[in-house]
Design a protein around this ligand. Structure first.
Ligand code: FPP
Length: 243
């Protein structure tokens, strides 16, 4: 074997521009260990940090994560405040490391139900990072149906104000009334934890997404699992209704 024999470069498939993840399985992960559910969410927040870094290293432009749904308010006070605390800690850390990481933060959802402190942090993170290119979207007090209803109301208000006619509404125009205005639809939606459902996540935006469901709980989700999901995405034959 020649001393400097060239290794064949590994074929690197381009990642999707936009990956969306339902970070599911934190509660079961904690239960399996006899820990409180909040410990599962803390482990889930760590996984998010790792996977967000990995996405950035791979060249993913947009990462959208389901952090708290409009239905999650049904959970115990303790669990809700635990998740909010993790978000607060993460955003404070993100503000501190903003210049180093150069990640743009956006929030999809009705933030008015969050604490004034968390609302303020979200606003600060959004405005301080608006010039960066790689974007993380946190779905917070987010529901896909709620988002669509809000967009419909916003359009109805324009019609009522005489600004346009009902016929003026197009799919692109409606997309512009969503929280995700300006963000390309996710090509890939990943749900770990073995559950096979969408749970009110990005209903409008995922019309032609590829779904990859994985049998690993979110706190156990590793970089190699993301790589496997991307590889699976590349095996799909995307036809968008064509042949
Ligand atoms: C779903 O798992 C997870 C949530 C409802 C919360 C997700 C929140 C985090 C990962 C922490 C957020 C913080 C950052 C920094 C991203 P589940 O609780 O429904 O799990 P289960 O189905 O096993 O009960």
């Amino acid at each position: 074997m020649a001393l400097f024999e060239k290794k064949k470069p590994e074929v690197q498939l381009a990642p999707p521009r936009h990956i969306a993840i339902i970070m599911d399985g934190n509660g079961r992960w904690a239960k399996n260990r006899g820990l409180p559910r909040t410990a599962g969410h803390a482990a889930g927040a760590e996984t998010f940090r790792r996977i967000a870094n990995h996405c950035r290293a791979l060249g993913v432009e947009y990462l959208t994560v389901y952090a708290f749904s409009t239905e999650n308010w049904k959970r115990s006070e303790e669990e809700i405040s635990g998740i909010m605390k993790l978000l607060k800690n993460y955003l404070m850390e993100a503000m501190r490391d903003m210049e180093k990481n150069r990640v743009r933060f956006c929030f999809f959802g009705d933030l008015t139900r969050l604490s004034p402190e968390l609302q303020e942090l979200c606003a600060q993170a959004e405005s301080a990072s608006m010039d960066y290119d790689v974007q993380v979207n946190f779905c917070l007090n987010y529901g896909g149906r709620d988002e669509i209803v809000r967009a419909a109301r916003a359009f109805a208000a324009k019609v009522a104000a005489g600004e346009c006619s009902p016929e003026a509404l197009t799919e692109d125009g409606f997309s512009d009334l969503m929280y995700s205005a300006g963000v390309p639809d996710p090509e890939l939606v990943i749900r770990p934890s073995g559950e096979l459902r969408l749970s009110n996540f990005l209903l409008w935006q995922s019309a032609y997404s590829e779904f990859v469901y994985m049998n690993v709980l979110w706190p156990d989700f590793k970089e190699k699992d993301l790589d496997a999901a991307i590889a699976e995405f590349h095996r799909r034959n995307r036809r968008f209704g064509g042949v």
